[in-house]
Ligand binder design. Structure first.
Ligand code: FAD
Ligand code: NAI
Length: 468
């Protein structure tokens, strides 16, 4: 049993926790991080953002090589899939990056402990690291324990045939028919991976639209494009059960508004209906930390829980469950603790679905502006009229800019198309600076680039786009 004292103890080493720890160390605070996994980086690096993007990249290359190079005059015959090697590459990317975080900890003199942390007092944390018990003490404790997948009543995830994203990232065979429950971020990204590798993919969504948090026009175009690629959508449909038989799985579905039920036969089901805060085993109740009605750690605008000296950030608190949101909160809380003015602008947090094409948005959607009664102007520009998109045969989609009708200030930008995830950064910078559509329109954009479509959409707000 060892007893050690730190200025700050961070519980959880995901993007929120590890970035927070690095910023604390930069600010001169003696920092420890407790992580229950054997590797650092949290959901994002181990079973989230990184492995999913590695598989998205590999599967896109496979599909392109197998089916989309002919018209470039490139004939490729006998393209074979070696799934085991594809998975190994993904694991190597994960391994490199998680070790990279360990390297950053070393560089910044952060002490990692590997084991489950339990709060044993308002300033003490117990952790069993490889059989050794430690008591850690600090005036400041930061909870960054992240989130876990949710399932549906009566559906048990076994991570082999009925999988969450974690199982979907490690399937040993390409499913013949994959049924995805939930047309959100995970369903569409992992559905895309397996469709490209040869699965028939059926997406069952409770609502009558996909990606409910994105702009409606983007969602409509997105669904059309994914359907064209071969994904089947069953919208306005609820899953009431999954039955395992010797030969496969039977997914029972019925109209969301009620009606006759039917079954869909498949061999793998991916449950992707959202995630919930993970606070199990932490002992929050014992020290009196209050959770909100969704089980998230309740915090104020400065990331403070109701207990003095205990803060919380990332997926386990309110707001979008995104890595970059957690990272920014990690930096902000470290600066607040060090007596600086840490701050996160929740109005400008981009969201990206890394499918092909990508879908991205930042700020208000058109639906939100309508609901809030805001007087706005929309400018749209299709990639069909963008010269770089033509040279790449990536003409699907558009850029849509929503600006205040009186002030021209940019209120939201929504993009579906190639590189949307990169293009959205320009919009975020403009919005962070309180920029107008005119500001974007007057900024010189290199030719020929996809980014010219952003400039043209800004010009379209003032009804003066050039190339359409
Ligand atoms: P986490 O990353 O979940 O880290 C929390 C850590 O705390 C975990 O490692 C956990 O083991 C540890 N922990 C929990 N309890 C304890 C305890 N008691 N003691 C010690 N350690 C503990 N977001 C994006 O922005 N972009 C993407 O492309 C993206 N892709 C994703 C793909 C998938 C398949 C999934 C599932 C998620 C994806 N996300 C993506 C979401 C992103 O992973 C999360 O928003 C992000 O990881 C949250 O960071 P966090 O630090 O709050 O929590
Ligand atoms: P999600 O919230 O993105 O989507 C869940 C979908 O399931 C919604 O469309 C919802 O309407 C639907 N749904 C809910 N209950 C249902 C039911 N009973 N039957 C059918 N459909 C139902 O959640 P998802 O995809 O599980 O991802 C969790 C979170 O992880 C995301 O919200 C996001 O924050 C993060 N993530 C981010 C990624 C990125 O940034 N590219 C990639 C993957 C995950």
């Amino acid at each position: 049993m060892s007893e050690q004292e730190f200025d700050v103890i961070v519980i959880g080493s995901g993007p929120a926790g590890y970035v927070c720890a690095i910023r604390c160390a930069q600010l001169g605070l003696k920092t420890a991080v407790v992580e229950r996994r054997k590797t650092l980086g949290g959901t994002c690096l181990n079973v989230g953002c990184i492995p999913s993007k590695a598989l998205l990249q590999s599967s896109e290359l496979y599909e392109q090589t197998a089916a989309h190079l002919g018209h470039h005059g490139i004939e490729v015959k006998g393209v074979d899939l070696d799934l085991a090697t594809m998975m190994k590459r993904k694991d190597k990317v994960v391994d490199t990056l998680t070790k990279g975080v360990a390297g950053l900890f070393k560089k910044n003199k952060i002490t990692p402990f590997y084991g489950t942390a339990t709060l044993t007092g308002k300033q003490t944390v117990a952790v069993a690291d490889d059989g050794e018990e430690h008591t850690l003490k600090a005036k400041t404790i930061i909870i960054a324990t992240g989130s876990e997948p949710v399932s549906l009543p009566g559906i048990e995830i076994d991570e082999e045939r009925v999988v969450s994203s974690t199982g979907a990232l490690a399937l040993k065979q390409v499913p013949k028919h994959l049924v995805v429950i939930g047309a959100g971020y995970i369903g569409l990204e992992m559905g895309s991976v397996w469709r490209r590798l040869g699965s028939e993919v059926t997406v069952v969504e409770f609502l009558d639209r996909i990606t409910p948090t994105m702009d409606g026009d983007v969602a409509k175009e997105f669904q059309k494009l994914l359907k064209r690629q071969g994904m089947t959508f069953r919208l306005g449909t609820k899953v009431t059960g999954v039955e395992a038989t010797k030969s496969g799985l039977k997914v029972r579905v019925e109209p969301a508004k009620g009606g006759d039920s039917e079954t869909i036969d498949c061999d793998v089901v991916l449950v992707a209906v959202g995630r919930r805060a993970y606070t199990g085993g932490l002992g929050l109740e014992d020290v009196g930390v209050v959770l909100d009605s969704h089980g998230m750690v309740e915090i104020d605008d400065h990331f403070r829980t109701n207990i003095d000296g205990i803060y919380a950030i990332g997926d386990c608190v309110r707001g979008p469950m995104l890595a970059h949101k957690g990272e920014d909160e990690g930096v902000a809380v470290a600066e607040i603790i060090a007596g600086q003015a840490g701050h996160v602008n929740y109005d400008v947090i981009p969201g990206v679905v890394y499918t092909d094409p990508e879908a991205a948005g930042v700020g208000k959607t058109e639906e939100e502006l309508k609901a809030e009664g805001v007087d706005y102007v929309a400018g749209m520009f299709p990639f069909l009229a963008n010269s770089r998109a033509r040279t790449y045969d990536q003409t699907a989609g558009f850029v849509k800019i929503l600006a205040d009708a009186k002030t021209d200030r940019v209120l939201g930008v929504h993009i579906i198309g190639a590189n949307a995830g990169e293009l959205i950064a320009e919009a975020a910078v403009a919005m962070e600076f309180g920029g107008s559509a005119e500001d974007i329109a007057r900024t010189c954009h290199a030719h020929p680039t996809f980014s010219e479509a952003v400039k043209e959409a800004a010009l379209a707000v003032g009804k003066r786009a050039i190339h359409i």
